[in-house]
Design a protein around this ligand. Structure first.
Ligand code: ES4
Ligand code: ZN
Length: 326
C-alpha cells in the first residue's frame, strides 16, 4: 500500500507527546512490582480492557494512576528509552516531549529524578541514534496557579534543559486565564509557551490562550473550526496546531476518524501537524495516527507531506535543521 509506505518513509517530528502517556502496560507491571506500587489490574489484558474512555477526564483518572509506578530516576530513564525505541520504529527524528512534574513531585518524587532520567535517555538517543529532542514542562490546569508558580520556581535550576512550558490536564472549567500570570513569568525566564486549548472546551479557550498566554503553539485546537474569526486569525498568523487524531477518537472528541476535521483545517490553510499525545493509551504511535487518518479521510500524498513538513516548521529547532526537512 502506497500511503503507509510513504508515511513510514518520511522522517517526522513529534511535537505533542506526554512522556507519561507512553508508559506501556508491560513496563507499568514491571515497575509496579519492582517499586511495590499497587495497580488496579490483574493482567496486561485487564489493563487494555480498562483503556476504554468516554471523555478526557475518564482517561486522565487512569493515566495519573498509571504514573504512580514511576518512582526513581532509572524509571524515568526506562520510560523515555522505551519511547525512543518507538521513535526509531516510527522514523521520528526530532521529538519535543511533555512531562508533568506535579504528577510526580506531589507524590514525593524529586523534580531532579524526573528531569534527570528523561534527560539522560534523550542524550543517549542523540549520541546513539542522532535523534534530536527538547523537553517541555506542563502545568496541571486542575491545580492552582500558585502551584504552577511553585513548579516554575522548582524548574529554574533545570532551565537549560527545559525549552518551554505548557498547560494540560482537565480543560473544561480551567481556562487559560487562570494561568496568565505564571505564563507571563515563564516568558520572562525565557521559556517558550504552548498550551492545550480547544481540545474538549470550546474555541473561546483558544482565543484566551492566544490573547492572555501569548503561546507559540496550540495543542489540539480542533474546536477552532467553530469560529470564522478565529480560523482567519490562525490562518493569517500560521499559528501551529498540534493535532492528535487517535487521542481525539479515543476521548470521543469526534465519533470516528471519518468525522475528524483535520482535512478541513488543512484545506483552509491552517498550520496543522499530526502527533500522538498518549500513544500507550490511545492505540498507537505516530505512524498509526497517520494511517488511521488516511484510511478514513480523503488525504492525498501531498496532504501527508504537508502535515509532516508542518511538524518541522512548527518545531523549536533552528532554521538549518528545519531546512533539512522542508
Ligand atoms: C492529555 Cl489528551 C490530554 N489532554 C489534556 N491533558 C493531557 N495530559 C495527558 N494527556
Ligand atoms: Zn496532550
Amino acid at each position: 500500500h502506497a500511503m503507509p509506505d510513504l508515511i513510514r518513509a518520511l522522517p517526522k517530528a513529534e511535537l505533542h507527546l506526554h512522556i507519561e502517556g507512553s508508559l506501556e502496560p508491560e513496563l507499568m507491571f514491571r515497575l509496579a512490582k519492582k517499586n511495590n506500587v499497587a495497580i488496579p489490574y490483574d493482567s496486561i489484558e485487564d489493563v487494555r480492557r480498562a483503556y476504554n474512555f468516554s471523555n478526557l477526564q475518564s482517561f486522565l483518572d487512569i493515566y495519573y494512576a498509571g504514573a504512580n509506578v514511576l518512582q526513581t530516576q532509572d524509571d524515568f530513564y526506562d520510560l523515555t528509552w522505551a519511547y525512543i525505541e518507538k521513535c526509531l520504529e516510527n522514523n521520528i527524528v526530532h521529538t519535543e516531549i511533555f512531562f508533568d512534574p506535579q504528577t510526580h513531585t506531589e507524590r514525593g518524587v524529586p523534580f531532579s529524578a524526573v528531569i534527570g532520567g528523561i534527560k539522560a535517555a534523550l542524550a543517549d538517543a542523540h549520541s546513539q541514534h542522532g535523534i534530536t529532542s527538547c523537553i517541555i514542562m506542563c502545568f496541571l490546569r486542575h491545580l492552582s496557579e500558585a502551584d504552577a508558580f511553585a513548579t516554575l520556581e522548582e524548574a529554574l535550576p533545570y532551565k537549560d534543559d527545559i525549552i518551554g512550558v505548557g498547560l494540560d490536564s482537565s480543560e473544561v472549567g480551567n481556562p487559560p486565564s487562570k494561568f496568565a500570570a505564571v505564563f507571563k513569568a515563564a516568558a520572562e525566564h525565557g521559556f517558550k509557551l504552548v498550551a492545550h486549548a480547544g481540545e474538549e472546551a470550546d474555541f473561546s479557550y483558544i482565543n484566551e490562550a492566544l490573547d492572555l498566554l501569548n503561546i507559540h503553539r496550540i495543542d489540539h485546537g480542533v474546536q477552532s473550526i467553530h469560529s470564522d474569526t478565529l480560523m482567519l486569525r490562525l490562518k493569517d498568523t500560521q499559528m501551529p496546531l498540534t493535532v492528535c487524531p487517535n487521542s481525539n477518537i479515543e476521548l470521543r472528541v469526534f465519533d470516528h476518524y471519518d468525522q475528524h476535521n483535520i482535512k478541513d483545517l488543512l484545506d483552509y490553510g491552517l498550520n496543522v501537524s499530526v502527533h500522538s499525545d498518549d500513544p500507550a493509551y490511545f492505540k498507537g504511535y505516530l505512524n498509526q495516527n497517520f494511517t488511521n487518518l488516511c484510511d478514513h479521510l480523503p488525504l492525498s500524498a501531498d496532504d501527508v507531506v504537508t502535515l509532516v513538513k508542518n511538524g518541522f516548521r512548527s518545531a523549536f529547532i533552528d532554521d538549518a535543521q528545519k531546512a533539512a526537512y522542508l
